[in-house]
Design a protein around this ligand. Structure first.
Ligand SMILES: Nc1ncnc2c1ncn2[C@@H]1O[C@H](COP(=O)(O)OP(=O)(O)OP(=O)(O)O)[C@@H](O)[C@H]1O
Length: 311
C-alpha cells in the first residue's frame, strides 16, 4: 500500500468543481510531481491532503488513515510548504523555524538542534539572526521550507515553491528536496514548471481542469508521445500565418501559433523538413530558427490537451 491514497476525490467550491474524481497512490520514498497549469486544482488537492480543506466526496488515506479525522499523530508526519509564504516578520529566521517546530511538540536542546539542521538544509544558517523582512523572495521561500521540515515529516508537500524566485534559490531548493528525499522523506512537488518536475521527480501526475489526465513515470509519459517530434519554427514577423496548408504536408500532425512562430508536431520518421521551410518561404515569412525538440513533459501536456502549460 502507498503512503498516501486518494480515492475518488472531489472538491466543489460554491460554483466551481475544482477537483473531479481524482484517484492515485503515492509510494513511500518517491518524489512525485504534480504538474498542471494555473487553476488545474493542484493547491486544492494539496490542501485536502493536509486536512486544510474539507473533501466534498471521496477520501484520502495517509498511512491507511483518513485525513478527514483529526489524528494529530498522523498529521505530525506531514510537512506542507504552502504556496503563500507564511512567516512571522517580527521574529528572526531562527525564531521562525523554532516556533513552527515547537508546534510539533519539540523543546529544549532537541528543538535547537532541529532548528539549526533545517536552516542548514536551506542554506540560511548564516542569516539565522536576521528577520525575513530583510530577505529576498527566494530566501523567504527557503525559510518557509525550513519551517515545514524541521520536524522531519515522513511526507513533505511543496506547493509551487519556486514561483517568482532567482535561479540560485531555485537550484538550492531543488537540491534540498533531493537531499530530504535521500534521507527518507517522501515528496509531493507541485509545479507548472515542467523543467523542475523533469529534473527531480520520478513519477508524474498531470492535472487539468480538476482532473488527473495522466499518471506514470516521466519516461513512460514521454514514450507515450514517442510517435512524434516537435518543430519550433521562429519567424521574423507574425503578420499572417495560415496554418491549414501546413497540415496538408505529409507527416504534419498539428500546428499551433506561438508568440514568435509556430509549433508543429510531425511524425517521428517524417522527412518533411524541406517542405515545411518551403511553405514558409512561399508565404513570404522569414524563418529565423527551427528547433527540433525531443519529447518532454510540456509536449506530453500539449499532446493531451492541445495547449501549453502556460497558456
Ligand atoms: N477558495 C476558493 N473559492 C472558490 N474557488 C476557488 C477557491 N480556491 C480555488 N478556487 C478555484 O478552483 C480552481 C482550482 O484552483 P487551484 O488553486 O486549486 O489550482 P492550482 O492548480 O493550484 O493553480 P495555481 O497554480 O494557480 O494555484 C480554480 O478555478 C480556482 O479559481
Amino acid at each position: 500500500m502507498g503512503i498516501l491514497t486518494l480515492d475518488h476525490v472531489f472538491k466543489k467550491y460554491e460554483r466551481i468543481e475544482a477537483v473531479r474524481d481524482v484517484s492515485f497512490e503515492i509510494h513511500e520514498g518517491e518524489i512525485f510531481g504534480l504538474l498542471g497549469p494555473n487553476g488545474a486544482g493542484k493547491s486544492t488537492l494539496i490542501n485536502m491532503i493536509c486536512g486544510l480543506l474539507n473533501i466534498t466526496k471521496g477520501d484520502i488515506l495517509f498511512n491507511g488513515k483518513s485525513v478527514k479525522k483529526a489524528y494529530v499523530k498522523t498529521k505530525r508526519q506531514m510537512g506542507l510548504v504552502p504556496q503563500d509564504i507564511a512567516l512571522y516578520g517580527n521574529l528572526s529566521a531562527y525564531e521562525n523555524v523554532r516556533f513552527f517546530c515547537s508546534l510539533y511538540g519539540f523543546s529544549g536542546r532537541e528543538l535547537d538542534k532541529r532548528t539549526v539542521k533545517a536552516l542548514e538544509y536551506v542554506g540560511l544558517l548564516d542569516r539565522k539572526k536576521d528577520k525575513p523582512t530583510t530577505f529576498s523572495g527566494g530566501m523567504k521561500r527557503r525559510l518557509n521550507i525550513a519551517c515545514a521540515i524541521a520536524h522531519t515529516p515522513k511526507l513533505i508537500i511543496l506547493d509551487e515553491p519556486t514561483v517568482g524566485i532567482d535561479p540560485q534559490s531555485r537550484n538550492h531548493i531543488l537540491e534540498s528536496i533531493k537531499s530530504l528525499n535521500a534521507e527518507g522523506s517522501t515528496i509531493i512537488y507541485t509545479s507548472h514548471y515542467m523543467e523542475e518536475v523533469e529534473a527531480i521527480c520520478s513519477r508524474v501526475g498531470i492535472m487539468d481542469h480538476g482532473k488527473l489526465i495522466a499518471l506514470d513515470t516521466k519516461e513512460n509519459l514521454k514514450d507515450s508521445i514517442g510517435d512524434r517530434r516537435t518543430l519550433i519554427v521562429t519567424l521574423e514577423k507574425m503578420d499572417a500565418v495560415p496554418l491549414d496548408k501546413l497540415l496538408d504536408i505529409q507527416g504534419v500532425q498539428t500546428a499551433h501559433l506561438e508568440e514568435n512562430g509556430v509549433r508543429i508536431h510531425v511524425d517521428r520518421d517524417a522527412h518533411n523538413f524541406d517542405q515545411i521551410v518551403s511553405y514558409f518561404v512561399s508565404q513570404k515569412l522569414q524563418v529565423n530558427n527551427i528547433e527540433n525538440q525531443t519529447p518532454n513533459l510540456e509536449a506530453v501536456f500539449m499532446s493531451l490537451t492541445g495547449r501549453t502549460l502556460r497558456d
